[in-house]
Design a protein around this ligand. Sequence first.
Ligand SMILES: *Cc1c(COP(=O)(O)O)cnc(C)c1O
Length: 464
Amino acid sequence: MTVTTQNPAVAQVDSSVNTESLTQVTRYKVYTQRQFDKIEPLKRLSPEQRFEIEVVANVLPFRVNEYVIQELINWDNVPNDPVFQLTFPQRGMIAPEDYDRMADLIKRGADRKEITQLASEIHGHLNPHPAGQQEMNVPVYEGEPLGGMQHKYRETVLFFPSQGQVCHSYCTFCFRWAQFVGNTELRFASHEAEKLHGYLKNEPEVTDLLFTGGDPMVMRTRHWENYLEPFLTPELEHVQTIRIGTKSLTFWPQRYVTDEDADDLLRLLERLVNQGKHIALMAHFNHWQEMQTPIVREAIRRLRDAGVVIRAQAPLIDHINNDPDIWVRMWHEQVQMGIIPYYMFVERDTGAKRYFELPLARTHEVYQQAIQKVSGLARTARGPSMSAGPGKVEIQGITEINGEKVFVLRFIQGRNPDWVQRPFFAKYDPEATWLDDLKPAFGADKFFFEDEYAQMAGDGKIIY
Ligand SMILES: *Cc1c(COP(=O)(O)O)cnc(C)c1O
């Protein structure tokens, strides 16, 4: 490969690296529900197992690429393999009655239209828009709502570039699953880089811009140039941090190593860094198994050499990482590679939640046990945190006050910045899995933020 990065340290190392030998898969090849029967290793499963996957793949988004299949999944460990669980639909992900209805349609060879109709009906049961995201956070610019943006917290704007509305593979637990099931009404989209820049020029309080998706790293570098180069100008100087939320280090690390425009991408990021921007790649790792291949390690090394800071976040989910030791090893290895652990999330109340959810009490237990076993450098991971309507709510602990067992909670991030870092208390409930299951402790009739949040919602309807 050609050496094109400007950083001499990178150039020296790269010239001795044969990137082809870092991976067996350099050409991106993807399988969706339609090419399902072309996936070679699936033939090792029983016909019943394959049928179950097919049924659920007709309801929830399914997309997996050759790199994941060949280099991340340990097929000797299927179906328990964590990356298999992360990418292949499982029977328990939809309700038994929904499963049976879809299975019947497929068995009797129903047509596409009938299958799609039932799928949309099932989608309606799966809380497609958690946390009031569509209703409450859309910014307005020159009198027009900006569909591809969310501005929920004062200092940070989320942007969904229209070219980044798919992923290299789909996660079975994805909270944005509704964007990928073909219902265009559910899509966030924006074709307009100028509107993004125009809006931000008038918002001096915004210091952070977060590119998200889908996965924005599916975009070609020339699109990135279009979006990012204007941040080098004085009008956008107040936007100091550009975050990129991506699972590409898991699903396609080739993006940073062997893709045709990989070097151009790194050079672009390096240019922004050299001008004083903080470029943060918000990586999503659910399990240490995603971080073992030579190519992901090379991708991480190259990003860091370009001056990019990599932070890691992920939800805690049953069947994939419900074990403190998985987090201990993952956080430990991240710190070794120079990645900063950032958040442990609680699985959102949407999609395949029935399969992945864990009681809040368990999420706290996993977090606490994991944190206790790592060095202070890995204790930068906060959580378990619920990204709910009013803000990011962290479970800080479980304790007893005046004989009442309670959850101790705090806002890590709030719709009103004044809520942040105020401890508050909920009655302990061993079954609660989300904020809306919780009741205030000590006989209070509401949480301290509720009146204000209801007012913000306008119609007084509170969405968690
Ligand atoms: C998490 C999140 C952010 C960023 O919050 P930080 O606390 O700065 O990481 C911004 N917007 C939304 C909608 C979020 O969920």
